[in-house]
Design a protein around this ligand. Sequence first.
Ligand SMILES: Nc1ncnc2c1ncn2[C@@H]1O[C@H](COP(=O)(O)OP(=O)(O)OP(=O)(O)O)[C@@H](O)[C@H]1O
Length: 272
Amino acid sequence: MSTTLLPLEAALPAEQTTEQDSLVRVRDLKVQYTPGSGLVLDGVDLDLFRGETVALLGSSGSGKSTLMKSLTGFAPITSGTVQACEFNVADLRRGQLRRLRSQVGQVFQQFNLIGRISVLTNVLTGALHDAGPVNLAGSFRSSDRRRALELLDRVGIAHKAADEARSLSGGQQQRVAIARALMQNPRLILADEPVASLDPRMSRVVLELLQSIAREENIPVLVSLHVLPLALGHSDRIVGLRHGQIIVSGRTNDLDAEQLAPVYDIDDQGEE
Ligand SMILES: Nc1ncnc2c1ncn2[C@@H]1O[C@H](COP(=O)(O)OP(=O)(O)OP(=O)(O)O)[C@@H](O)[C@H]1O
């Protein structure tokens, strides 16, 4: 099996190589969910820099979600270090974990909206991330409402603000979820297979939106994807996982489908 690992300096524009720009720094991360079971992540190194979109590729079970979860303390850090938004994730107590998570916008395959409330209120819940239990029928500050409307405008669906979230198409719901994540003023966005339920056209719309947000907000976006052409078309860097190890890593412009093929090769269990 061939591997393609470009040195990090070669994989980044010169202005992005300083440590202070790194919002996420993972070193030799090993994750094992239960004692005696195999390693789900086995010696992973990862840096995420401001303004860049990094596509995380890998077959089902390769460890993509686990790597994302480890950045916010939702996966056990068996050994190695994970730093995110200046937090040392393995050492965090509950209150600090909540603070970290309030700084990380998350986007999921299934959108995770509250279907029976309005699109606008769904976006407003992003402002409550650190607020503890809340009554959604309660009033929001008018400045928050203005901001939520601006964000809906930014993702192209301000005209749906008053509609129930469940009445929207999948692509529209994912854009609401992105607006909700932006409502947190995130320092980092993690998008776990955000287009897996969308058609090809809407997948491109959503990925273009995420990439433009990364640039305009100057924050890193880590997005896991299954479709190679989408990763090649909508990322600045690509990281390919296989059986919990990074086997390909480099600038998207320097990679092609052939170099990325080992990420999806048929494995010995014949899973892919
Ligand atoms: N909470 C858990 N407890 C035990 N094992 C887990 C847990 N979560 C994930 N795993 C295992 O870890 C491995 C990697 O799973 P993970 O969800 O990270 O992969 P993935 O690359 O995101 O897959 P997919 O593309 O299917 O979402 C799998 O073998 C999975 O069964």
